[in-house]
Every structure is written in C-alpha cells, then in structure tokens.
Design a protein around this ligand. Sequence first.
Ligand SMILES: N[C@@H](CCC(=O)N[C@@H](CS)C(=O)NCC(=O)O)C(=O)O
Length: 214
Amino acid sequence: MALQLYTYFRSSAAFRTRIALNYKGLDYEPISVHLRRKEHRAHAYRQLNPQALVPALGDDGFVIPQSLAIIEYLEEVKPEPALLPRSPQERAIVRAMTQLIASEMHPLCNLRILIYLKDELGQDEAGVNAWYRHWIAEGFGSLETMVERNSADGEHCFGGSITFADVCLVPQMLNARRFDCDLEPYPTLRQVDAALSSHEAFAAAQPSRQPDAE
Ligand SMILES: N[C@@H](CCC(=O)N[C@@H](CS)C(=O)NCC(=O)O)C(=O)O
C-alpha cells in the first residue's frame, strides 16, 4: 500500500492515525499541512478534504478524511495486529470509549472552536482556558470510570491489549497537559497513558518526533 498521511505535528486527530499506522506496521508518507499558517484552508487542500481539517489519508487515489474513519479503514485492510477486540459486545465498548473522546471531548476543544471563542465571542485567555478545562473534566470524569471497569491490567483502556480507545486516549491526555488541565482526579487514565507512552508505536507518533515539529 502506498499511503500518504496529511498531518500536522500538533494535531491530536492526526496523532491518532499516526499511532494506528505505526502499530499496524504500515509505511506512509507524511505530508505536512500547517494549521497555524492556515494551509488547511487553501484551495488545494480543500479539494482533497472539503472539511479543511487534518488528518486525511490518501490511498491509491482515494482520500479518506476523519481520523476514526481512517483507523477503521486501517483495521479493515490490515486486521492484524488488531485494534479491536473479538466479540461484538467488547468492540461496542471500545467504540463507545473512542467516541467519548473523539466525538464528545475533542470537537469542543479544537483549534477553530478556541479561535471562535476568542475572536468572535470576545473571551480572554482565562475564559478560553476555563472552557477547555471544563469539557476535559466532563469527558475524562466519565472515561475514568469506564476504563477502571474495563481495563484488565491498568495499562490499557480495555482488556489487556491496545485498542482504538488507547489510540485516542494518549493524544487527548497530551492536549490536556498542554492546557494545564488538572489530571489528578484520573489516576487510571494517567496510569494507562504512562504505560502506553513507552510503546514504540505511540512514542514514534508523538508530535515532537514528527518531521514538521517546531
Ligand atoms: N473529527 C475530526 C477532527 C479533525 C480536526 O478537528 N482536526 C484539527 C486538528 S486536531 C484541525 O484540522 N483543526 C483545524 C481548525 O480547527 O481549523 C477527526 O477526527 O479527524
């Protein structure tokens, strides 16, 4: 497979896809789309991804936007090593955790939301930070309980192996740290995050290790 990943080092949604690609041992060409320079809004990128967001995955002429669609696609085209458990019930729980992060938490804390709060709604830095920290606490509060119930070893969100939920957790934890969110109330999430961060698939996907890192 000749894969291209439209990515930005600091993008947590792109970070998810980098982890999944690494975990499955898939080579890809990273193509940097600089968000602060608004390269994602340029006509050429919109032609590829009308939503003007990163990531997007190119595969043989197809361009797939949305990080969850990308990781589901990778799971289908390269099922092993698996990022989903075997039973439908277990898969559903993993997808529920994944969506808690990617569909509930992340969209409220995304760059364009923070810029809108500041530029259009006149919020100062303290206001924007309060918004960010509120939604992180809402999401991680629930996720802490779910992971506590479902992790078999305290090193994975679900069971005893890496799943989509782990792929989404690590980037969201990094984001939360960047915004100085209080992570003390989430000991299980901190423990899982620490265990996963030393795994090479996660370490190599870190923003600081990307070719476009600043
Ligand atoms: N639901 C999308 C979210 C993608 C997204 O929001 N990407 C961010 C970077 S993490 C982005 O491109 N932001 C540009 C902007 O907000 O203008 C996904 O999972 O791929």
